[in-house]
Design a protein around this ligand. Structure first.
Ligand SMILES: *Cc1c(COP(=O)(O)O)cnc(C)c1O
Length: 432
């Protein structure tokens, strides 16, 4: 029986009257999959509930931050405790040092870290720093990688931009992106070419070491090391944008998992435990260029906010003290991804699954997906029907073919079997 979305529909109409598209971030509008976006009123563990009382097993997890699940008791307690003592001071607090120390312990490539309020701010600031440090203008990014919505990085940017099928963004003058080179992912020779053509002019290469924003696309063997080699050879900086992968694919992120050391790292999502946080860090000789020590300006009224620091610290401590979480996530995600892929095959639907740890995507294409060109071969109509079927069966997936799904430590084996059963149903409705 189809679920009812009457209250969500009412809320959507109210929202659309006052907020562009009714949403504060585009992909939430469900444009790519159709149907009514549920308005969420509550979450607990692996489950969320909408305004009509429908219950879902959630695989969005706030787009990555909620590795411990919704309303994790330790996180909620830490936030309440912090709020009681005051929500913001615009002055330094001990909690910022606690979180900085916890992050640096997990990421040996960083000696110093600066907290900001979003992943967008983190990457934007890291790019500014890389340009200042190298005194060069050009930056290299990859097609299908998303690094937030700063002007210079909104070029072939995956995520919502890809979901909406637009090349970049209106309102970004050509001149603002003339120093941004967008190259295909997983193709070291393209990077080598760029360094030949712009020798001594490229400030940095920024990369999602595991892409999540064209759907999940892992780096091919040796790719990250090739980026390390090519950047070092020309004295350019290598920036790992680990906003999504940090504390997700491993406690120490993709840099720990693949053993490649970047110059700068950007973080976000999990380090805020569901509150708005971003961070960028690296060796102190580079980080010392940031104000007040150096000439690179970057600031924030709410940066290092006590509530956000408390939520992040509670999350990271729980992960640190329960490292077995990662092994469990790996096993459960492997089972889930294989069984749903199997269900699709049985229904005659061609699906390619990509997964690294607890981030994954079912691409509705027979192609192997290693870059944006391959991801773009997906049948998004079929994905839309699959998404609708899953939603109606009580499984909340990212409403876009080009976004990774996430498993949390709160998901149970029972959640997995329910999801697989839902997928069998949903797949039977994909081929019409
Ligand atoms: C989510 C994300 C960002 C942007 O972070 P916001 O907090 O949404 O600004 C940047 N880079 C990557 C890899 C991301 O996944």
């Amino acid at each position: 029986m189809a679920r009812r979305f009457d209250k969500s529909r009412e809320l959507r109409l109210r929202a659309e009257a006052v907020i562009p598209g009714g949403v504060n971030s585009p992909v939430r509008a469900f444009r790519a999959v159709g149907g009514d976006p549920p308005f969420i009123t509550r979450g607990e563990g692996a489950r969320i509930w909408d305004a009509d009382g429908n219950e879902y097993i959630d695989y969005v997890g706030s787009w990555g931050p909620l590795i411990l699940g919704h309303a994790a008791p330790a996180v909620v307690e830490a936030v309440i405790e912090a709020a009681r003592r005051g929500t913001s001071f615009g002055a330094s607090t001990p909690a910022e040092i606690d979180l900085a120390e916890a992050v640096l312990d997990a990421y040996p490539s960083m000696e110093n870290v600066r907290f900001v309020n979003s992943g967008t701010e983190a990457t934007m600031s890291a790019i500014r720093l890389a340009r200042a440090y190298t005194q060069r203008k050009y930056i290299v990014k990859f097609e299908g990688c998303y690094h937030g919505h700063a002007d210079a990085l909104l070029v072939k940017a995956g995520s919502g931009v890809a979901t909406l099928g637009i090349p970049g963004s209106a309102g970004v003058p050509e001149e603002f992106v003339q120093f941004t080179l967008a190259l295909p992912y997983n193709d070291p020779s393209a990077v080598e070419e760029a360094f030949k053509k712009y020798k001594g002019e490229i400030a940095c290469v920024i990369v999602e070491p595991v892409v999540g924003n064209m759907g999940c696309v892992p780096p091919q063997k040796g790719y990250l090391d090739a980026l390390r080699y090519l950047t070092s050879r020309d004295n350019a900086l290598l920036i790992f944008d680990e906003v999504m992968t940090g504390f997700r694919v491993a406690f120490g992120g993709a840099q720990e998992l693949y053993g490649t050391r970047p110059d700068l790292t950007t973080l976000g999502k999990i380090i805020g435990g569901g509150l708005p946080v971003g961070a960028y860090g690296g060796p102190s000789d580079i980080m010392d260029m940031i104000a007040p020590l150096g000439p690179v300006y970057q600031a924030g009224t709410l940066s290092g906010n006590p509530l956000a620091m408390a939520a992040g610290l509670a999350t990271i401590r729980q992960l640190r003290d329960n490292r077995e979480i990662y092994g469990r996530l790996e096993r459960m995600a492997a089972t889930l991804v294989e069984m749903v892929t199997e269900a699709a095959r049985e229904a005659g639907v061609q699906v390619t699954a990509n997964r690294v740890g607890s981030m994954f995507t079912w691409f509705f294409t027979p192609e192997t997906v290693t870059d944006w060109l391959a991801a773009a071969t997906c049948d998004t109509q079929k994905f839309g029907r699959f998404h609708n079927g899953m939603l109606n069966a009580g499984v909340y997936l990212p409403p876009s073919q080009f976004e990774a799904a996430f498993l949390s430590a709160a998901h149970s084996d029972e959640d997995i079997s329910q999801t697989v059963a839902a997928a069998r149903e949903a797949c039977s409705g994909v081929l019409v």
